[in-house]
Design a protein around this ligand. Sequence first.
Ligand code: DX5
Ligand code: ZN
Length: 225
Amino acid sequence: MAVQISPSILSADFARLAEAAAAVPNADWLHVDVMDNHFVPNLTLGLPVVESLLKATSLPLDCHLMIEDPDRWAPAYAEAGAGSVTIHAEAAKAPVRTLREIRSAGARAGLALNPATPVEPYEDLLGEIDMLLLMTVEPGFGGQRFLDMVLPKIRRSRELIDAHGGRLWLQVDGGVSESTIERCAEAGADVFVAGNAVYGADDPAHAVDVLRSVAAKTGPAGENA
Ligand code: DX5
Ligand code: ZN
């Protein structure tokens, strides 16, 4: 398991997304938050912007769909060329079919859980996914405070993932910063989304390096990196 950093362009200037991507050449992914103003109380961007971003950067896109009816919309993001497409368990009505469609279109399939959604009911889905995303804030906005109440779920998820062969990535998203990333890594996360901590910094690339080195020093991801 190696530490991976996925800067969230939600905290970047939406009129300069190509520059935001170019500012973090040392990132592993570019995290793209798709919000529909229904599943979450915020509206961001959709497939046309993702298609433009794909042409504007060589970083793989980590698309996080905070939308209703992901069964209908998610496969198109994979077909467009996103490297990873994550749907919310709370929104999907046919997650097995949708996750399989994402994979068969050539993307990694992710399943996201809100802070209050337990992981245990989804254990049988672990074979269908490449990444589990645990929200560490209520989804919808950048710059929120990290929820420590999710830490026990990160630990339980790491145990479940290890019991299933340890192949899955465990992503955390929300309030991840230089001061909270250590707790997440220690609990077993290995992919870290960071919006404000990267794009709120004077030097986004340096912020990525700092986050990576703090995470790599800690926890299961660091020990085995
Ligand atoms: C929130 C989004 C996050 C957000 C994280 O709903 O899913 O990806 O951009 O932003 P920070 O790191 O600022 O909490
Ligand atoms: Zn996100």
